[in-house]
Design a protein around this ligand. Structure first.
Ligand SMILES: [Zn+2]
Length: 202
């Protein structure tokens, strides 16, 4: 499995490729590079996955669906944020997004099968009400739930630190060597965060 992180306006967007699969996690904003990736991988099963409904993680999704026909998946409780600039925080940053709905709505424990990859959905609310993490093999995409030595903000709509803390403790049950690919900043591991994260430790 090849994972390519793209830094788009401070947000990590991840391209995942295997022989039969092409996935984009958090298409932050509209970029031709993302369209090209899906077009180059037209013969594979393709999917756009969103960790949570904030404007800086979803901004490129509609364009990708229009240009390539790719489907979009998100945690069920964050779907309303895709069509609400207050919930997705675009309004707070004087922006507005084209409203849309996801094609697939996920709940905790769901398995997402795309080509030869299976990702498990872990509900990780607290930063938003419907935030999810996606895990496969020895890695996890945590969106804005868990960062390297930091955690997501809880002062936006739907944020709640005690809920976030529970979500992070759930992530801490993954094996220590699990690589964490967060929505912002550098990657880390579950084991490192359990020892060093100043906000949530076991
Ligand atoms: Zn966010």
């Amino acid at each position: 499995m090849k994972i390519t992180p793209l830094n788009i306006w401070m947000t990590n967007c991840y391209l995942i490729e295997t022989e039969k699969t092409a996935i984009i996690i958090d298409p932050a904003f509209k970029r031709q590079k993302l369209v090209d990736f899906l077009k180059e991988n037209e013969h594979k099963e393709r999917l756009v996955l969103i960790t949570h409904g904030h404007f800086d993680h979803i901004g490129g999704a509609v364009n990708l669906r229009e240009e390539t026909g790719v489907k979009i998946g998100i945690g069920a409780l964050d779907n309303p944020a895709l069509s609400d600039d207050d919930l997705n925080c675009a309004a707070s940053f004087n922006r507005s997004l084209t409203p849309f709905d996801a094609d697939y709505l996920y709940n905790d424990g769901d398995i997402v099968k795309v080509g030869d990859i299976e990702l498990k959905v872990i509900a990780t609310p607290g930063h938003t009400v419907g935030g999810v993490s996606y895990t496969t093999e020895n890695l996890v995409f945590t969106g804005d739930t868990l960062f390297k030595v930091s955690v997501g903000r809880t002062d936006f709509a739907g944020g709640d630190f005690s809920v976030l803390e529970k979500s992070i403790k759930k992530l801490y049950t993954l094996p220590d060597e699990t690589v964490v690919y967060p929505g912002h900043g550098e990657s880390t591991t579950i084991g490192f965060e359990k020892q060093n994260n100043p906000f949530v430790r076991l």
